[in-house]
Write a protein that binds this ligand. Structure first.
Ligand code: CAA
Length: 248
């Protein structure tokens, strides 16, 4: 992996931090996107990563904005070189029952979670095809597989990600490109931290493992899929959910 470049969208979030650390530990050069470096405290975040021995660069980009992604890709390629591994991780929730959901709640979630996957992947796919190597890992959710109360928008966006993955897997297979989805269950993050305590307890009670996942338990699967050696795993959806949802 030495020298390969990995781009992680939203890599400074809770799962993202673990993903950046896992990839950096495996020898990748790593770049994350962020939207507002000051508000997100990116310099402090980089310093914390550095203390753990990881040098992670950042690029400013709202991945919901196609033109911003075009500019971001130019900057990444100019500053860091060709992207070999792309982890589409940036995502948001706007949980509310459908009968209360506003058009903005739907659109914001679809834009950030699903349109971003097109916006970002589109910028790097030609380069991957030309070089005959690429790894695209899309981070979806157990709730894209099962649906969830209050998440018509989020569940639709995450299910859509896997449709994209399967199509790209077929298109890229002869070009050395793999595309896979990782579907985490509930993970200890600021996103799940927003769930009301009562509802949270109800959710944890439905997880046979009896707990939520740690971010590093998701990151290790993403790093595994990113590896050169994972060349024949393509178009798969890997659930990481503590047996909350079992399927085949
Ligand atoms: N299972 C069963 N019943 C549920 C339920 C659930 N998961 N969620 C809500 N309900 C039921 C409630 O028990 C309640 O029933 P009664 O009317 O009989 O009392 C009814 O639905 C209304 O619930 P609320 O009072 O909570 O209604 P609300 O409008 O205030 O909130 C909600 C609704 C937004 C769905 C809220 O319940 C909620 O936030 N649920 C959690 C949604 C969730 O799991 N989000 C995941 C966020 S993390 C993430 O998305 C990461 C990932 O990939 C996993």
């Amino acid at each position: 992996m030495a020298g390969r470049l990995a781009l992680v969208t939203g890599g400074n979030g809770d799962i993202g931090t673990a993903v950046c650390a896992a990839l950096a530990s495996a020898g990748y050069r790593v770049v994350t996107t962020c939207v507002d470096p000051e508000a997100e405290g990116i310099a402090e975040w980089q310093a914390q990563m550095r203390q753990q021995g990881h040098e992670v660069a950042y690029v400013v980009c709202n991945v919901a904005d196609h033109d911003a992604c075009v500019r971001m890709a130019e900057e990444v390629e100019r500053e860091h070189g060709a992207v070999d591994v792309l982890v589409n991780l940036a995502g948001i929730t706007r949980d509310t029952f459908l009968h209360k959901m506003k058009s903005e709640d739907w659109q914001a979630v679809l834009d950030v979670n699903l349109d971003s996957v097109f916006n970002v992947t589109r910028q790097f796919i030609n380069g991957m095809r030309e070089r005959g190597f690429g790894r695209v890992v899309n981070v979806a959710s157990v709730n894209g597989q099962t649906g969830q109360f209050g998440q018509a928008n989020y569940s639709a966006s995450k299910a859509g990600m896997h449709g994209f993955t399967m199509a790209l897997a077929k298109e890229g297979a002869r070009k050395g490109i793999t595309a896979n989805t990782v579907s985490p269950g509930y993970v200890e993050t600021s996103m799940t931290g927003k769930i009301a305590e009562e509802v949270r307890q109800q959710i944890v009670a439905q997880i046979p493992a009896g707990r939520m996942a740690r971010p590093d338990e998701i990151a290790r699967v993403i790093a595994f899929l990113a590896a050169d050696e994972s060349a024949f795993i393509n178009g798969a959806n890997i659930p990481v959910n503590g047996a909350q949802f079992c399927s085949f």
